[in-house]
Design a protein around this ligand. Structure first.
Ligand code: ATP
Ligand code: MG
Length: 548
C-alpha cells in the first residue's frame, strides 16, 4: 500500500551550519468500584508475609537481603516483557546485511532556521547554561531551537502545539530536536515530565517524511520500544495526535490482548511501530512484519530497556534492524553501566545530553516536594499512612494520588483496605487482565477514583495530568525507581508532592539514596531521615567490625 506523506515546509539538508567546535568545548556540559471488604488481614501484614514467603514476586528476594541490585529491580514487568520466555526470538534468522538490498535513506534532515544562523554562539551558550543543559559528544552540535518556529514544522503541528497550550519547546526538546534531526545517535536525559515523548516524536515524524514511502510488504520506518503496555499505548496516542493529520500511521504492539488486530495493522503498513519487546519478537518470529526498513530507533526509558530484564530481547530485536540506523534513547535516569551497553546499539558514539545535570547524579524533578516519614516498623508505617491520608482528605475532598506498593498482592490488599475505609481506590499490576488494566487507568485519568494503588508497572513514563501526590507506601527497590515513581506528579511545570514511608526495620538500605536525591534538588532532608541514615552507617560499620 502506498501513501504519500506531506509535510509542507520540510526540506532535507545534506549540510547545515553547526556550532563551532570552540563553542562545543565550552558546553560543560489520589464507592464506586467497590472491592470486597477487607478480609481482616491488613495490607501490612500481607506485605510482611509476602516478604517472608516470596510468593508474589517475579523476582523473589526481599529488601535488605543479600541479593544483587539487579535481581531486585522492577519486579512487576513480567507480563509486559515476557521475560520469563527465554526462547523468545530464538527462531529469528541472522540477517546478512551485506547481501540485503536496502532502501537508501536520509539521516540528516536538519535545516537551520535563519534566526539561528544569525544567532551568536554566545547567545547559544547562555541559553544552554540557563537551561542547565550539558552536551557531551563530537562536534558539530547544532544550535538549540529556542522557539517552535525554529524547528520549521508543518502548520498543523504548530496548531496542535497552540491547542495544547504549549508556548515553546521544553529544554530537552530545544536541544534534542536539532541533534536528532541532524541524524545523530543520542542519549537524552531529562527530568520526569519534561516532554521527552515529543522530544522523539517530532524528529521521528520529520525523519519519516524524508524517506521513500512504504511499499507493499514493508515494515515500519521508525521503531519505539518501551517497557510497559500502558506506556506503549500512551506513546501511540501522542504519535497519532501529531502523526495522523500528516498521514503518518502507527501501530501499538503489546501483550495481553489479541495479536490479530496488531498483526493486521502491521501487514497493512504503518510508518511507526511502538512496542513492548516481547510481543514484537513474537510477531517478528511469526513473520508478520520485518524491521528491514527501520532507520529510526527509539528506546524510551532507555536505562530500563538496557538493564538485565530487557536487554536480551532488545539485542534480538536490534539484530533485525539495519546497522546504519539512527538510535536515540530517552530517560530521566542514566548510569555508567548502561552507557556501555547503549553504545552497542548506536552507529557512532552517541551524543549525551543531560538537562539539569548535577555532576552525573540521579536527579529528581525539583517541582516535586519530597516528604518522608520514618517509623520503626511496618505496622507503625500502616498507622502513619492512615493518619496522613486522613489529613490530606480533610484538606482536599478529591486529591489525585498514586500509591506504590512492593508487590501485586500488597497492592490488592492495600486497595481493599482503602475501599473498606471509604476511599475510592483501584489497584493496577501485572497479574490483572489487560482490559481491566486499561479500564482502571481510564477511571483514574477521568477522576472516577481518587487513589490508584500500583506496583512499579506504573512507575515509568505514565503521563496522567494533575496528580497531586505520589505515595511510596512501600519503599522503592532502588533510587532510580524512586525518581521515576515520584515523577508521576509535578509534570510539565506543575507542582507535586511525594510522601515516602520508610520503616527502620526494613528500609534502611534505601534511606541514604533518598536523602541524597532530596539534597540534590536543594530541599531540606528530614531530620529523621538524616538520623536513620546515620545509624544505618553506624550499624554497617559495627557489622563490618564484628565480621573481622
Ligand atoms: N513544549 C511543551 N510545553 C508544555 N508542555 C509540554 C511540551 N511538550 C510536552 N509537554 C507536555 O508535558 C507532559 C509530560 O511530557 P512527557 O510524558 O513527554 O514527559 P517525559 O519527559 O517523557 O516524562 P517521564 O520521564 O515521566 O517519561 C505531557 O503532558 C506533554 O503533553
Ligand atoms: Mg516519557
Amino acid at each position: 500500500m502506498l501513501r504519500v506523506i506531506t509535510f509542507p515546509g520540510v526540506r532535507c539538508a545534506t549540510s547545515a551550519y553547526r556550532l563551532s567546535s570552540t563553542f562545543r568545548g565550552s558546553e560543560n556540559h489520589r464507592n464506586r468500584h467497590s472491592h470486597s471488604a477487607n478480609s481482616g488481614r491488613s495490607a501490612f501484614d500481607e506485605r510482611k508475609n509476602a516478604r517472608s514467603t516470596h510468593n508474589d514476586r517475579a523476582v523473589a528476594p526481599s529488601k535488605g537481603s543479600s541479593e544483587t541490585f539487579e535481581t531486585r529491580r522492577f519486579n512487576d514487568h513480567r507480563n509486559d516483557s515476557n521475560r520469563g520466555e527465554a526462547n523468545l526470538g530464538s527462531k529469528l534468522s541472522t540477517i546478512n546485511w551485506q547481501t540485503e538490498d536496502l532502501v537508501p535513506f536520509k539521516k540528516d534532515i536538519h535545516v537551520e532556521h535563519p534566526e539561528l544562523k544569525a544567532m551568536p554562539n554566545d547567545t547559544c551558550r547562555k541559553f544552554l547554561q540557563s537551561s542547565n543543559i550539558t552536551i557531551k559528544g563530537m562536534a558539530p552540535i547544532p544550535k538549540p531551537m529556542l522557539k517552535f518556529e525554529h524547528a520549521q514544522l508543518p502548520d498543523y503541528i504548530m496548531r496542535l502545539f497552540g491547542n495544547q497550550g504549549f508556548d515553546k519547546p521544553t529544554a530537552i526538546q530545544s536541544i534534542g530536536w536539532p541533534i536528532a534531526m541532524s541524524g545523530r545517535d543520542g542519549v537524552f536525559i531529562a527530568n520526569t515530565g519534561s516532554g521527552k515523548s515529543l522530544g522523539f516524536i517530532v524528529p521521528m515524524l520529520l525523519h519519516i517524511a524524508a524517506q521513500p514511502p512504504l511499499r507493499t510488504g514493508d515494515g515500519p520506518i521508525a521503531l519505539v520500544l518501551a517497557p510497559t503496555r500502558e506506556l506503549v499505548m500512551q506513546i501511540s496516542k501522542e504519535a497519532s495526535t501529531f502523526g495522523r493529520p500528516g498521514g503518518v500511521l502507527n501501530a501499538a504492539i503489546y501483550g495481553g490482548v489479541s495479536r490479530n488486530g496488531q498483526a493486521n495493522s502491521l501487514r497493512q503498513g504503518v510508518e511507526i511501530c511502538i512496542a513492548t519487546p516481547g510481543r514484537l519478537l513474537d510477531l517478528l518470529e511469526s513473520g508478520t512484519t520485518n524491521l528491514k526498513r527501520v532507520t529510526y530507533l527509539v528506546l524510551d526509558e532507555a536505562d530500563r530497556m538496557l538493564d538485565m530484564g530487557f536487554e536480551p530481547q532488545i539485542r534480538k530485536i536490534c539484530s533485525q534492524i539495519r546497522p546504519d540506523k539512527q538510535t536515540t534513547m530517552y530517560s530521566a535516569s542514566w548510569s555508567k553501566e548502561v552507557s556501555g551497553i547503549a553504545r552497542d546499539y548506536c552507529t557512532e558514539d552517541p551524543v549525551l545530553v543531560t538537562v539539569g545535570d548535577n555532576g552525573g547524579q540521579l536527579r529528581a524533578n525539583p517541582d516535586i516536594e519530597q516528604l518522608v516519614t520514618v517509623v520503626d516498623s511496618e505496622s507503625d508505617k500502616r498507622n502513619a499512612f492512615k493518619k496522613w491520608l486522613e489529613e490530606i482528605f480533610t484538606q482536599n475532598k478529591h486529591p489525585r494520588m498514586i500509591v506504590f506498593t512492593d508487590t501485586k498482592r500488597g497492592a490488592d490488599n492495600l486497595c481493599r483496605e482503602l475501599t473498606y475505609n471509604q476511599y475510592t481506590a483501584l489497584s493496577i499490576h501485572g497479574d490483572k487482565q489487560q482490559r481491566e488494566r486499561d479500564q482502571i487507568l481510564r477511571d483514574f485519568r477521568n477522576g472516577e477514583i481518587d487513589i490508584l494503588v500500583a506496583t512499579d508497572v506504573a512507575a515509568r513514563g505514565l503521563d496522567i495530568p494533575n496528580i497531586d501526590y505520589v505515595v511510596n507506601f512501600d519503599a522503592p527497590n532502588n533510587p532510580e525507581s524512586y525518581v521515576h515513581r515520584i515523577g508521576r506528579c509535578g509534570r510539565a511545570g506543575k507542582k507535586g508532592v511525594s510522601m515516602t514511608f520508610l520503616a527502620r526495620e526494613s528500609d534502611t538500605s534505601i534511606m541514604k539514596d533518598i536523602a541524597k536525591i532530596i539534597e540534590n534538588v536543594g530541599q531540606q532532608i528530614p531530620q529523621e531521615l538524616v538520623e536513620s541514615s546515620r545509624s544505618t552507617a553506624n550499624n554497617q560499620l559495627r557489622q563490618f567490625m564484628s565480621r573481622r
